[in-house]
Design a protein around this ligand. Structure first.
Ligand SMILES: [Zn+2]
Length: 76
């Protein structure tokens, strides 16, 4: 069974959900402007936080009996 976990990207400053700009894909090194507070969020940092949240969630679901590592794709 395939399971999917989606984690919202949150503003690092005000914790509101980041929507990003329509029809725009973000790359490492970009910044995502927060609609709520207007501050630019470092894309890499936002992803890192989201990954940590996903890991915490999975650990809470499995009683912590799991080691998770995320291999980032090589930057080109
Ligand atoms: Zn914000």
């Amino acid at each position: 069974m395939k399971q999917q976990l989606s984690v919202d990207l949150l503003c690092l400053y005000c914790q509101q959900k980041l929507k990003g700009e329509n029809n725009r894909s973000y790359q490492p090194g970009d910044s995502i402007k927060c609609d709520a507070c207007g501050k630019p969020n470092d894309y890499d940092r936002v992803i890192e936080v989201a990954q940590q949240k996903a890991i915490e969630f999975i650990k809470s679901q499995t009683g912590g009996e799991i080691d998770i590592t995320i291999d980032k794709p090589d930057e080109k």
